[in-house]
Design a protein around this ligand. Structure first.
Ligand code: IPM
Ligand code: MG
Length: 353
C-alpha cells in the first residue's frame, strides 16, 4: 500500500517524538512491503516563528492531500507566560481540528500489564482498565463566541455552546464504538448545572433508543473524575464534551503510569489525525528524554485506521515488549532502573517489529 502521511511535528518535544514514530513506521513499511511518504508541514509556535501563523494555509493543504496526519505537540512557554499575546500556538491546533472537521477525539485508556506497578494508583485498582474516552473536539467552550473582555478589561467571558447536531454526531461515534466493544456507554455531563449539559443528556437519551443493545448510564463530571481513579475498570466507553474530555483524559493517564503513554485519534471527516494526548513538554525539548510511546501508539492507531490491522498489532506488540524489558524513558523507569533516551526507546521498538 502507498501511504501519504502529513507530518506535523510542532513544538517542544514534538520533533523528537514524531521522529521515533516515523522510525517505527519505516520499519513497518519495510517488513510489510508498504511505501510511506511523509509530507512535513509547520504548525504551532514553530509556524508562528516561521510565517506568523500557527496553522498556515499550506499546512491545511498538506493535511487535506494526505491519507492521515501524524501530529506531535503544540505550545511554547513564551506564549503561556504572556496572556496578552494575540497569536497563540494553540489557536493553530484548534483551527486545524475545526477546519479538518475532526469532531471526535478517541482516547484509549488501558493498562499495560507490565506497568501495573508503575501507576501511582494501587495495582489492584488499575488492573483490568480498558476504556475509551470519546471527547467532542470542535465545539463547546473551546470555540463558543462571544469570548473576550469588557472595555475596562475587568470582566472576561467564554461561552459554551452546543447544537443538537454537534452532540448527535459524536454520540453516534461513541455508541458505534460501544457496540464493537463491551456495549456500555457512560455519558458524562454537568446536567445538574449547565444548560448545554441538559441538551447533551436529552439528546443522548433520544439517540440511545437507536442502540438498545448498549447499556447507557449518566454521570456528572465531578463524580466521573472520582470514579475514573476509584474504579477505572468500570468504564467501557465514555462520551463527553470538549473541555470535560480534555481534563478527564489527563487524569486518566495516571492509570497507565504516565501521560507519555496515551495516544489518540481525531476523526470526523475525510482525513483523520493521530496525536499523543500530552503537550509539548518544553522543559524536556532537545534533551532526548521524552517518552515517545504515546506518539508511537498514535502511529499504531493510524495504521489501524487505514485498515492495516496486522501492522498496528505489530507496533503494539513491540511496545509491550519494550515495556516488559524495561526499555523505558525516565517517566516510567522504576527506582534504580536505568532510564533510556527517547531515541533508544524508538530504536528498540522499531527493532521488535
Ligand atoms: C489536548 C491539549 C490541547 C487541548 C491544548 C494544547 C490546546 O491539552 O489535546 O488535550 O486542550 O485540546
Ligand atoms: Mg489536554
Amino acid at each position: 500500500m502507498d501511504v501519504k502521511i502529513a507530518l506535523l511535528a510542532g513544538d517542544g518535544i514534538g520533533p523528537e517524538i514524531v521522529a521515533e514514530a516515523t522510525k517505527v513506521l519505516d520499519r513497518v513499511a519495510e517488513k510489510f512491503g508498504h511505501k510511506i511518504e511523509y509530507r512535513p508541514a509547520l504548525v504551532g509556535a514553530a509556524a508562528i516563528d516561521a510565517v506568523g501563523d500557527p496553522y498556515p494555509d499550506e499546512t491545511h493543504a498538506v493535511c487535506l492531500a494526505a491519507d492521515a496526519v501524524l501530529f506531535g505537540a503544540i505550545g511554547d512557554p513564551k506564549y503561556d507566560n504572556d496572556p496578552t499575546a494575540k497569536v497563540r500556538p494553540e489557536q493553530g491546533l484548534l483551527r486545524m481540528r475545526k477546519s479538518l472537521g475532526l469532531f471526535a477525539n478517541l482516547r484509549p485508556v488501558a493498562l499495560f500489564d507490565s506497568l501495573a506497578d508503575r501507576s501511582p494508583l494501587k495495582a489492584e485498582v488499575v488492573r483490568g482498565t480498558d476504556f475509551i474516552c470519546v471527547r467532542e473536539l470542535t465545539g463547546g467552550i473551546y470555540f463558543g463566541r462571544p469570548q473576550g473582555r469588557d472595555e475596562e478589561g475587568a470582566r472576561a467571558f467564554d461561552t459554551c455552546t452546543y447544537t443538537v447536531s454537534e452532540i448527535e454526531r459524536v454520540l453516534h461515534v461513541a455508541f458505534r464504538l460501544a457496540v464493537s466493544r463491551r456495549r456500555k456507554l457512560t455519558v458524562v455531563d454537568k446536567a445538574n448545572v449547565l444548560e448545554t449539559s441538559r441538551l447533551w443528556r436529552e439528546t443522548a437519551q433520544r439517540v440511545a433508543r437507536e442502540y438498545p443493545e448498549v447499556a447507557v448510564d449518566y454521570m456528572f463530571v465531578d463524580n466521573a473524575a472520582m470514579q475514573i481513579i476509584r474504579q477505572p475498570a468500570y468504564f467501557d466507553v465514555i462520551v463527553t464534551e470538549n473541555m470535560f474530555g480534555d481534563i478527564l483524559t489527563d487524569e486518566a493517564s495516571v492509570i497507565s503510569g504516565s501521560l507519555g503513554m496515551l495516544s489518540s485519534a481525531s476523526v470526523g471527516a475525510e482525513v483523520a489525525l493521530f496525536e499523543p494526548i500530552h503537550g509539548s513538554y518544553p522543559q524536556a525539548a532537545g534533551k532526548n528524554i521524552a517518552n515517545p510511546m504515546a506518539t508511537i501508539l498514535s502511529a499504531a492507531m493510524l495504521l489501524e485506521h487505514l485498515g492495516l490491522d496486522a501492522e498496528g498489532r505489530a507496533v503494539r506488540r513491540a511496545v509491550d515488549r519494550a515495556l516488559a524489558e524495561g526499555v523505558v524513558t525516565e517517566d516510567l523507569a522504576a527506582p534504580g532502573e536505568k532510564a533510556r533516551s527517547t531515541s533508544e526507546v524508538g530504536d528498540y521498538v522499531a527493532s521488535q517489529i
